[in-house]
Design a binder for this molecule. Structure first.
Ligand code: FES
Length: 86
């Protein structure tokens, strides 16, 4: 079994361990926030159990994936999202 996995986050490699959620990989990489809400406030993990939708990311082209609920896989391409007014 591979002891490390590598994700691409906005084109930057981020390593994690098999079985971690995408949010777990991001938090372990010192990324506490990866999107902005409508007010522009930073968002990341809030509930951690799939209820609040604060942790949304795009995974392999699929938008609005809850990072706290999706297991990370080697080679996943993660793109951060934002809903802030521009
Ligand atoms: S942190 Fe609340 S849904 Fe992911």
């Amino acid at each position: 079994m591979t002891s490390r996995i590598t994700l691409s986050v906005d084109g930057e490699p981020v390593t994690g361990r098999p079985g971690q959620s995408i949010a777990g990989v991001l938090l372990a990489a010192d990324r506490a926030a990866w999107r902005h809400g409508p007010s522009g406030a930073p968002r990341g993990v809030f509930c951690g159990i799939g209820v609040c939708f604060d942790c949304l990311v795009t995974v392999n082209g699929q938008s609005d994936v809850r990072a706290c609920r999706r297991t990370a896989h080697d080679g996943d391409e993660i793109t951060t999202q934002s809903r802030s007014a521009s």
